[in-house]
Design a binder for this molecule. Structure first.
Ligand code: PEP
Length: 262
């Protein structure tokens, strides 16, 4: 859907989180919602460091069926409690069209994960929900396929789409995926949609999260979505890539001058 001006996606009250335009919005939280105590600890920590939006997966698409699959509806409720407690908007993944309605009720933004980027029924349903959509790039998707997936949402009359580069498959095994920052600049050239970066799921390594976050800001990304856990060694999902609260706080301080310079 053609639009001459850049799209801005605003979530929450009082302009809480704005994607697109001159700002840089950081979403942070655990990979998966695990418990009330875990959510309180992580959320308090990321809010204190300046995150403007919270993340947390209730429905987790895992490579192995034997891995933790998320708390499902109970997880959604825990995330919604954090939304109420902090007043911040929340984003969470929806994996089946049948769950779109309940996820839309409990969250401010629907995340379509990399593995579902071309689940066209899910895209249509998310588009019809009226909720903003965070569309992750499929791990083997070309930029064109990613943008056409976004069209499925836009085509339903929903213009609030934020694209997210989260790494693509390459021959390299030293990182979990290969973060394609050139795709960020290219997508921003080709579309009016905001583009953010996931430095956590792409690299899979906490020591790469800060450098890739700074590079994302420098290349014109509109924000980040970062995994943070206050007890990463006991995390039920992807703890190995999560930043600690302290690491996240340091990153937020380092991002400031880069964002201001761009
Ligand atoms: C996530 O953000 O929780 C996630 C699973 O990401 P991706 O779809 O990019 O793998």
């Amino acid at each position: 859907v053609f639009r001459p001006e850049d799209t801005q996606v605003t979530l929450g009250t009082a302009g809480g989180a704005v994607f697109g335009g001159s700002g840089f919005a950081v979403i942070a939280g655990p990979c998966a919602v695990e418990s009330p105590a875990q959510m309180n600890a992580v959320v308090d920590s990321v809010v204190a460091s300046g995150a403007v939006m919270l993340r947390g997966g209730a429905f987790k698409p895992r490579t192995s069926p034997y891995s933790f699959q998320g708390l499902g509806l109970a997880g959604l409720t825990l995330l919604a409690e954090q939304r109420k407690r902090t007043g911040l908007p929340v984003v969470t993944e929806v994996v089946t069209p049948g769950d779109v309605e309940s996820v839309a009720e409990e969250s401010d933004m629907l995340q379509i994960g990399a593995r579902n980027m071309q689940n066209f029924e899910l895209l249509r349903e998310a588009g019809a929900s009226g909720r903003p959509v965070l569309l992750k790039r499929g791990m083997s998707a070309t930029i064109e396929e990613w943008l056409l997936a976004a069209e499925y949402v836009l085509h339903m009359g929903n213009s609030d789409v934020v694209l997210c580069e989260r790494g693509i498959r390459s021959f390299e095994r030293g990182t979990r995926f290969t973060l394609d920052l050139s795709a960020v600049a290219e997508a921003k050239r080709l579309t009016h949609l905001p583009v953010i970066v996931d430095p956590s799921h792409s690299t899979g390594k906490p020591h790469l999260v800060a450098p890739m976050s700074l590079a994302a800001a420098a290349c014109g990304a509109d924000g980040l979505i970062v995994d943070v856990h206050t007890d990463a060694s006991n995390a039920m999902c992807d703890g190995a890539q999560a930043l600690s609260g302290e690491q996240f706080s340091t990153l937020m301080g380092r991002l400031k001058p880069v964002v201001e310079a761009v």
